[in-house]
Design a protein around this ligand. Sequence first.
Ligand code: DC
Length: 224
Amino acid sequence: MIIAIDGPSGAGKSTLGKMLAKEFGLLYLDTGAMYRAAALTVIKAGASLEDRQKVAEIAANAKIELTGEPDSMRVLLDGEDVTAEIRTPDAATAASVVSTISEVRKIMVEHQRAIGESATKGCVLEGRDIGSVVFPNADIKFFLTAKPEARARRRFAEDQAKGRTTSYEKTLEEINRRDERDVSRSDSPLTIPQNATVIDTSELDLKDVFDLMLEKINAHRASA
Ligand code: DC
């Protein structure tokens, strides 16, 4: 079973994706973490994010691995644990730039398909192009969204809990800038995939969203 979860940053994709993976014993793949790791290799190599050819070359040669259970997933870049490093605001911004490069997307999509297809019981993949490009024939597709203010509030609370110094206004500004880049890029822009169930999580708590998703998945399994 392949479950695709797409949507903008901060809509709850990761938390809910992990919950679903645990519920059904599926592999969990955070594809954003792969773009973040690719961006980090470019930063570490000292290359300019604007040099598209160089960025693609570096990303093609990077060995990106995601290991462990959904709740304790580690991201390895050429064998080095970069789990914490890829979560900084700088890595997020770099990832959103790197992810506009078609050659990079091609490498990532192939890698993601291979991982999803090799998962014995199936896989929950979350990202921006899962239901539209990576697995257009996914068994179930969700598009989670929320108002920018709600997403910024959540992201700001997460950052505060991690001890990061930032402000709500700056977080909202970053979210708006990333949204703009995600929806306006020419290759695989963020869109609602065909046949996706859209859930606006702005006013819902986690349990409500999880129950809605479970209902949909169980209905699909009953009809399969
Ligand atoms: O979900 P995230 O914030 O970790 O994603 C980081 C960046 O990667 C984000 O700007 C969008 C991009 N991305 C993408 O283009 N396609 C995906 N499938 C996943 C993420």
